[in-house]
Design a protein around this ligand. Structure first.
Ligand code: SF4
Length: 691
């Protein structure tokens, strides 16, 4: 591979290694990296089309202020001066950053340090709030830290893989391919728990099409069943956990009667018995969960309902065993490591006085934030209310991706000062910006990302910076310098930032934080090989039954089954579930321009059961108007038995560039999980009628 550059795919949380090799025509050949332990050379349709996304069409190439091209110096002066003015007049909580799992860890670190350490507010949140916040909260409640205990190999070593709210075949395709291979080789049983029949069901030995929102009831029923079946690991429970009795009681209250559980889940008794029996008898069980669990007003409870069953059977952090959340974004995990969420500080620290003091001393921060900031949905509502008066959006498109998009657009349009740094010129969000700052994109920027199995990999640039585009970390550091903090942001490269990040993770860490990569602080950054934290060679965590809590024990969390926040009605009789399709990524800013990816599904659609289609007067291939209390969208109708009666599905990707009418989050209410702040993107009551 002469001249090949080893980098990482910028899309999903599998985090596949990619090689970019110069070809004789002056272009680049993109292939899977056979040496990367996430994918061993495999790529999915999106990853293998990366080479077709490298053109400059649609790129933001120059700084713009009020739509006029200006120098970098002028743009940065404007941003620093306006932020400074708002802070001086209204205080630090009057400004906010909204960042992204598309940022590299180093970018994320610098943004977080500026906002939380120097501006003095924790009003920095990330689009990872829409993705994994419920898993973060569930892990912290159960394990004492935001830690995924397992590794991808566990899916290959398991005898039973339970996929909950995860269309792995489309959303994490290479991990799905690894599971398919394992199933062929060792006959792994696969259970898919999803209201829809998805592509992942092709390998399911059992598909439980449960009622939307019934996950807690299903897993409380499982915990009660495990008790009745004598399948609890009493020794593990006694030695390594707290809170079992209360949790078991709560589960029993909800779910002691199997007939009632089956009815509540909308499943047959035989289906439930089969699943429960397999779980009870199979030690090597991995339960994978993703957005179907997280994107819920009870997402955190759903995560804990799953984790409770693994703790009760002692199946955590051992080969082929464990609860396993798969992240949606390439660097959702890296952002969590540096405190990209408004309720975390940095290096997996929170806002206890000791942690605030520790981070403040490490950063020599003049005014460190002492309390949590606003989470994504609340943050945009604060912008709408005028309490946040200046916002900087980095590498994300909230005017499409957040719920109730009309309200988000209204908030940004009414905000005193909106900065957007992005690599794309025209998005629904850049259209609302006062200042646009051109950022490097994939193939141009350098840094690290962390995938769903805690593996840190390098993204490496192999293309020259286009136009005047700059790395995100550089842009943020330049603004920090203009606000008077140049010494603390005098980074010369991403390697400098990574070293500081690694040092902070080990700073005064007496073992209470699992996230400690201090050993990587002095490695050769350019040569960094993909490595799982906390240290290369540590594939699994908690296999010894010790957890990063005060007494070293994990916590059972009693959870109760609660219906989704909104109910269907005569006016809005259908439950809308949103999600991804196989060949598009987020709001399509990159994948939408690749013809062969659009060849899979080329327009926004709504999938509906034949009975509901007939009742609504809709025909397959026709157009429908979907409406909710929040808004409306126009969608192509797909009539399919894969949808249960009363439920419809629509993809979340489309935006104003490809179909303004198809932006589905216009319909979704801004209802969030009280613990995690994650929006309920999987259940909105809507009506459908012919266009
Ligand atoms: Fe990229 Fe995910 Fe596909 Fe791998 S599975 S190539 S990380 S989109």
């Amino acid at each position: 591979m002469t001249g090949a550059v080893r980098t990482t795919c910028p899309y999903c949380g599998v985090g596949c290694g990619v090689t970019a090799t110069p070809d004789t025509a002056g272009g680049w050949t993109i292939a899977g990296d056979v040496e990367h332990p996430a994918n061993f050379g495999r790529l999915c349709s999106k990853g293998s089309a990366l080479g077709e996304t490298l053109g400059l069409e649609g790129r933001l190439l120059h700084p713009l202020v009020a739509g006029q091209r200006v120098s970098w110096g002028a743009a940065l002066d404007t941003v620093a001066a306006r932020f400074r003015a708002v802070i001086d007049q209204h205080g630090p909580d009057a400004v906010a950053f909204y960042v992204s799992g598309q940022l590299l860890t180093e970018d994320y670190y610098v943004a977080n340090k500026l906002m939380k350490g120097f501006i003095g507010s924790a009003n920095i949140d990330t689009n990872s709030r829409l993705c994994m916040a419920s898993s973060v909260a569930g892990h912290r409640r159960a394990f004492g830290g935001d830690v995924v205990p397992g590794t991808y190999e566990d899916l290959e070593q398991a005898d039973l893989v339970v996929l909950v709210g995860s269309n792995l075949a489309w959303c994490h395709p290479v991990l799905y391919q690894r599971l398919v291979r394992a199933k062929e080789e060792r006959g792994t049983r696969v259970v898919v728990i999803d209201p829809r029949r998805t592509a992942t069901c092709d390998i399911a030995d059992l598909h439980l099409a449960l009622k939307p929102g019934a996950d807690v009831l299903l897993f409380n029923g499982l915990l009660a069943y495990l008790g009745r079946a004598g399948a609890l690991d009493q020794d593990y429970i006694a030695r390594h956990t707290n809170g079992f009795a209360d949790t078991f009681l709560a589960a029993g209250d909800d779910a002691c009667d199997m007939d009632a559980v089956a009815a509540g889940c909308g499943l047959g008794l035989g289906e439930i018995q089969e699943f429960y029996g397999w779980f009870a008898e199979t030690a090597a069980t991995v339960t994978v969960y993703s957005q179907g669990v997280n994107q819920s007003s009870r997402g955190t409870d759903k995560v804990n309902a799953i984790v409770n069953c693994h703790l009760a059977t002692g199946r955590v952090g051992k080969p082929g065993m464990g609860p396993f959340s798969v992240t949606g974004q390439p660097n959702a995990m890296g952002g969590r490591e540096v405190g990209g969420l408004a309720n975390q500080l940095a290096a997996h620290m929170g806002f206890t006085p000791e942690e605030v003091d520790r981070v403040g001393r490490f950063w020599r921060a003049p005014s460190i934030a002492r309390r949590e900031g606003l989470k994504a949905v609340d943050l945009f509502q604060a912008i709408e209310a005028g309490t946040v008066k200046a916002v900087w959006v980095m590498a994300t498109n909230p005017a499409v991706s957040l719920p109730d998009t009309a309200r988000v657009s209204r908030a940004l349009a009414g905000c005193d000062f909106v900065v957007v740094s992005d690599c794309v010129r025209e998005t629904d969000t850049t259209a609302l910006a006062d200042v646009l700052l051109p950022a490097l994109g994939w193939g141009e920027k350098d840094g690290t990302v962390t995938n769903s199995e805690r593996r840190i990999s390098r993204q490496r640039g192999f293309l020259p910076p286009p136009g005047e585009a700059k790395p995100d970390w550089w842009i943020i550091a330049q603004v920090a310098a203009r606000m008077g903090w140049g010494d603390a942001f005098a980074y010369q490269s991403p390697a400098d930032i990574f070293r500081e990040h690694a040092d902070l993770s080990g700073f005064e860490n007496q073992g209470e934080r699992v996230f400690d990569i201090a050993a990587l602080a002095n490695i050769d950054y350019d040569a960094l090989e993909p490595a799982q934290w906390p240290a290369p060679g540590t594939a699994r965590l908690f296999g010894d039954g010790r957890f990063p809590t005060a007494d070293g024990r994990a916590a059972f969390v009693p959870v109760r089954a609660v219906a989704p926040a909104t109910s269907t009605s005569a006016e809005y009789p259908l439950a809308l579930n949103t999600g991804r399709i196989r060949d598009q990524w987020h709001t399509m800013t990159r994948t939408g321009g690749v013809p062969r990816l659009s060849g899979h599904i080329g327009e926004p659609f709504v999938a509906i059961n034949p009975a509901d289609a007939a009742a609504s007067g809709l025909a397959d291939g026709g157009l429908a108007v979907a409406r909710s209390a929040q808004g409306r969208a126009a969608l192509r109708v797909r009539v399919t038995e894969d949808q249960a009666p009363g439920e419809v599905f629509a993809p979340m990707h489309w935006n104003r560039r490809f179909s303004a009418e198809g932006a589905i989050n216009a319909l979704v209410a801004p209802i969030t999980d009280a613990v995690s702040g994650q929006p309920e993107l999987k259940h909105t009551a809507i009506g459908l009628e012919p266009f």
